[in-house]
Design a protein around this ligand. Structure first.
Ligand SMILES: [Zn+2]
Length: 269
């Protein structure tokens, strides 16, 4: 049963990855070409290069991309690695987060936390895709992420109050977490006048800080995301020094890792 649940989660994640990447492309297309030309594309999936509507069998997440070797069937224009990475990334994220829930539990709070975490992962996934592709974080989605993060904080801290009673940590932990992630990126942004990190990075930090709601996990996230960014971005950075590092995708990947292994990380501390 658990295995079936995980397989479904993986497939659902892949579908959402495909959908989110498509939405990111469409949002950008609308910003560049105006609302009217974006509306002309219709609601079905199209190749943004030749405008051909995609057949259903070219729309299967991960598999279609591999079958077509990352090219449009009609115009052979490159579809790009972003589509593939989004589908695989979201599939793995959904799979990983689904391992954290005991599917036999009847505790409604566990299911609510799980569902909100998955929805937040979708919003963060969208932000990571958009940031990875265009180096920007759309404000509307940052605000949605912050609201979802706040909901998770409230649930977590309410659980603390009901199990061990009120302690000042109920406020200190979320504030510390937000201070570490949001505060640090805001400081980097202000000190560098936006040269090192973008203006959306600190808001993303606030959203993730709220969701983690723990300063130790926030420090863990900082460590993992910077480590990932170093490994992936260093070769690009050596080639082209002027390139700004987009932290968004790395913070989101680190968030999924921390949520999945939060018990393990907390036991280390
Ligand atoms: Zn095409």
């Amino acid at each position: 049963m658990k295995i079936l649940f995980l397989i479904c989660s993986f497939f659902l994640g892949a579908c959402f990855g495909s959908f989110l990447c498509c939405q990111a492309r469409r949002l950008r297309y609308r910003e560049e070409h105006g609302k009217d030309s974006a509306r002309k594309l219709g609601s079905r999936s199209v190749c943004l290069h030749c405008k051909t509507k995609l057949k259903w069998y070219d729309n299967i997440p991960i598999l279609s991309w591999l079958a077509l070797a990352g090219k449009c069937r009609s115009c052979h224009h490159k579809i790009g690695a972003l589509e593939f990475l989004s589908e695989v990334g979201l599939a793995l994220a959904f799979f990983a987060i689904s391992t954290t829930i005991d599917i036999t539990t009847t505790n409604p709070i566990a299911w609510v936390t799980f569902t909100v975490t998955l929805i937040l992962t979708l919003v963060l996934g969208f932000l990571a895709i958009y940031d990875g592709a265009y180096g920007e974080l759309p404000m509307k989605y940052l605000i949605i992420a912050i609201v979802l993060g706040a909901i998770l904080t409230i649930i977590k801290q309410a659980q603390v109050v009901t199990t061990i009673g009120f302690t000042p940590n109920v406020f200190i932990n979320p504030l510390g977490s937000v201070g570490i992630l949001g505060g640090l990126y805001l400081l980097l942004y202000l000190v560098s006048k936006g040269k090192w990190v973008g203006d959306g990075d600190w808001l993303l930090g606030v959203a993730i800080g709220l969701a983690l709601s723990d300063p130790w996990l926030a420090l863990g996230l900082l460590f993992i995301s910077n480590l990932l960014a170093c490994f992936v971005m260093l070769p690009f950075y050596i080639k082209n020094r002027s390139k700004k590092i987009y932290f968004g995708p790395f913070m989101v990947i680190a968030f999924v890792i921390l949520v999945t292994f939060s018990n393990y990380f907390m036991s280390l501390i």
